[in-house]
Design a protein around this ligand. Structure first.
Ligand SMILES: [Zn+2]
Length: 376
């Protein structure tokens, strides 16, 4: 179990790596496929309305909100039952305080504990908690990857997302009219031989930490087992607004994300902490990746996984958040090329049409995380 928890730290490590790479802009290049007037420039960054649909505001202090306002972002801060985060109760308290301070820029998602799953009263307790939090303003409910990789039932078996015991909770979330955000498994690299991994940060990390590396632990659920359990769950709840966090853990192949979105019309995906995986593909076939975003312009939510912690230096955090947001904008919205150290490549921007950027960066999140209208 401890190795699983360590493996799950990967995304935090990957994010730290992402933050340390203040991508250096290279001289501007022509967008190639998009007329300059059809796409935004870096000068448009701060003024265009944007929504970071996946962050964690885990400490008091105004740094995160101040930078969001300066850069034109609203935030969705997602509470998670994650041992390295403050307690769920503390995250809840912080979310309510931030939302009271700035309800225009700050939104939040609640979560629930799996402790006691399968015992009498668990379902009622969780459903009551979710309903109470939605009444207090939560716009979504998060299920984390502890479902599938950590939490076990009374018989000692890992609880998978499609366990019948989770169905009444999913039904409750649907009836409350809010979205379910699900983080399933890990990046596919975690299960691959080193020479097949797509990004250097994963390769270096797993070669130094074999104990965290799922490829070496065939006793744990495989990547496809987790994806299949998630797909069965989404299929079972066709009216639930389902958000697959981290590109639904299908980050390695836009065709696979497309197939998921085609199969499940009620699903969207957020991009949190997986930009380098997308860039890896776009270095090889920019048009393919660009066409993916254009085709699925209503189904993708911009997100970063930026996490503000109690030990963060506020000024430093603001610089890092600004750098990450700026780098992502350069890639998605403009035709400029930048160096991305994580994949050792110069990555040309996609110069997505303005109308597509407006959806991915704002309208989709506003639709998916709308103030709930209970479906009854
Ligand atoms: Zn996250």
């Amino acid at each position: 179990m401890s190795r699983v928890i360590r493996c799950m730290m990967m995304s935090a490590v990957a994010l730290a790596a992402a933050l340390s790479v203040a991508a250096t802009p290279l001289p501007q290049q022509a967008a190639g496929t998009a007329a300059a007037s059809d796409s935004y420039s870096m000068a448009d960054f701060a003024r265009v309305r944007k929504y970071d649909a996946h962050v964690h505001a885990n400490a008091p202090g105004t740094a995160f909100l101040e930078q969001a306002r300066a850069d034109g972002f609203e935030l969705l801060s997602i509470n998670v039952d994650y041992p390295d985060f403050p307690s769920v109760a503390r995250q809840h308290e912080l979310a309510l305080a931030f939302a009271a301070k700035d309800p225009v820029h700050f939104h939040w998602a609640t979560t629930f504990s799996m402790k006691g799953f399968g015992t009498p009263g668990w379902t009622e307790r969780v459903n009551a908690g979710v309903a109470r939090d939605v009444a207090k303003g939560a716009l979504a409910v998060k299920i984390w990857k502890n479902v599938g990789l950590v939490e076990k039932d009374a018989k000692g078996k890992l609880i998978m997302l499609d366990d019948p015991g989770l169905a009444p909770v999913a039904e409750k979330i649907r009836s409350l009219g809010v979205a379910l955000i699900d983080h399933q498994g890990e990046p596919r690299n975690c299960w691959l031989p080193l020479d097949q991994m797509t990004t250097d940060n994963d390769r270096e990390y797993f070669s130094k930490h074999p104990e965290y590396y799922m490829y070496l632990h065939p006793d744990m659920p495989g990547y496809e087992d987790l994806m299949a359990a998630r797909d069965r769950f989404v299929a079972k709840h066709p009216k639930l607004r389902f958000v697959g966090a981290h590109l639904a853990s299908l980050e390695y192949d836009v065709d696979r994300i497309a197939a998921f979105l085609d199969r499940f019309p009620n699903a969207t995906v957020d991009m949190a902490a997986r930009m380098s995986q997308v860039q890896y593909q776009s270095v090889r076939d920019r048009e393919k990746v660009r066409n993916f975003f254009i085709r699925y312009q209503d189904r993708v939510l911009y997100g970063t996984d930026l996490t503000f912690t109690a030990d963060a230096d506020p000024a430093q955090f603001r610089r890092e958040a600004h750098a990450v947001w700026g780098s992502d904008w350069r890639y998605l919205a403009t035709g400029e090329t930048q160096r991305v150290d994580m994949i050792h490549a110069d990555v040309a921007g996609l110069a997505l049409p303005r109308a597509v950027i407006d959806k991915i960066y704002y309208a989709n999140a506003r639709r998916v995380f709308a103030v709930p209208r209970p479906a009854g």
